[in-house]
Design a binder for this molecule. Structure first.
Ligand code: B1M
Length: 210
């Protein structure tokens, strides 16, 4: 691993908030691209956290403290990921689907969309279908984006699409979905307008739909 982001990677793995902040600053000072710092130093560390959890070496508290270190690092990296002179490209309401509390990926997608000029309505985590409906009905969202990290919460994406349909709003909004267990096939199956496997693909998808 590149030594310019190895300390950052290890700090996230160990849940060391100050270490993650220092790691981001050091990587920026070393001249690394913000996108590389994010992918290689940070998202890669969270993947390893997931692997250690699967192997039974990490438990929920370890995942939680790693997530805190990741968020602390992201807060510092955010201004470097956003470009300043972009016009509004449309309004996106984004949230993690009902039953699901994972928000790092959702926050990253929101951040990248914001960087590409989209106005963001961040509905947070554990978002009930009626909140998405409201974001379209009264919030003026052109796109709604659902994130799901758990196979058990994926069906709530379908339930949310149905709620939007029942509210008579389906033709007023584009629906895009993503999250580690989600696939294009699943998007087709539940009638979403698109799927993106990562935050930068979510940006091109949103741009292609408006
Ligand atoms: Co959770 N967790 N977790 N967890 N957790 C996973 C998801 C898991 C895969 C770990 C594992 O077993 N390997 C597993 C799910 C298994 C499954 O369903 N198949 C799991 C589990 C089981 C659980 C609990 C049930 C554990 C328990 O309590 N026994 C519990 C559930 C709580 C709940 O939600 N109701 C739980 C809890 C937690 C914490 C709270 C401790 C913490 C979350 C903290 C937080 O988010 N603030 C946590 C964490 C950190 C993880 C892992 C380790 C990391 C997730 C992450 O942040 N990844 C995760 C393992 C893994 O994913 N490998 C795991 C980094 C992030 C940048 O990637 O979120 O995939 P990701 O987002 C990507 C893409 O997916 C995509 O773009 C993002 C950026 O490129 N994307 C979208 C995401 N959303 C999108 C929306 C779009 C488009 C793209 O819209 C268009």
């Amino acid at each position: 691993m590149n030594e310019k982001y190895a300390a950052l990677y290890n700090a996230i793995l160990e849940g060391d908030v100050a270490g993650a902040q220092d790691g981001v600053q050091a990587a920026l000072a070393a001249g690394l691209e913000p996108g590389i710092i994010l992918a290689e130093g940070m998202i890669a560390a969270m993947k390893e956290v997931g692997r250690l959890f699967e192997e039974g070496e990490f438990f929920v508290p370890e995942m939680l403290i790693s997530a805190r270190a990741m968020q602390a690092g992201l807060t510092l990296l955010k201004p470097h990921l956003l470009s300043s002179d972009v016009k509004s490209a449309g309004k996106v309401a984004i949230g993690t689907i009902k039953g699901d509390l994972h928000d790092i990926g959702k926050n990253l997608v929101a951040l990248m969309l914001e960087g590409a000029g989209f106005e963001i309505i961040d509905l947070g985590v554990d978002v009930a279908p009626d909140k998405f409906v409201e974001a379209v009905a009264t919030g003026g969202a052109d796109i709604v984006a659902f994130s799901a990290l758990l196979t058990t919460t994926m069906p709530n994406m379908k339930a949310t699409i149905e709620a939007i349909q029942q509210a008579g709003l389906r033709d007023k909004v584009k629906i895009i979905i993503g999250g580690a267990p989600v696939t294009q096939e699943y998007a087709n199956q539940i009638g979403a307008d698109g799927f993106a496997s990562d935050a930068s693909r979510a940006v091109s998808l949103a741009q292609s739909l408006l």
